[in-house]
Design a binder for this molecule. Sequence first.
Ligand code: FES
Length: 104
Amino acid sequence: MSENFQHVAHTRDVPPGKLLRVIIGEHALMLANVEGGIYATDDMCTHEDASLSTGALKGDCVSCPLHGSRFNVRTGEPMEEPADVPLRTWKVRVDGDKILIAID
Ligand code: FES
């Protein structure tokens, strides 16, 4: 199946060390800029309803604003409880100043 990449933001919208919530169709995603590399995961914490893009990015881990679980934004893996389910990750492509995400 060929991948369909969709333009969701510009690189200036998510500078290094920052997070950005974007919507694609019915999905809310979080973009994270780790030292110039852009990663995308689901925005909703897998523990309860909290928007991770309102949390804090430290290195390649985002901290949930509600109960403090940390997730690796490269892999989606939970690094600290209470969350124990990984975040879905999304394929990212940067084309010039455009950030594109592969959608289903
Ligand atoms: S809602 Fe994210 S850790 Fe509880």
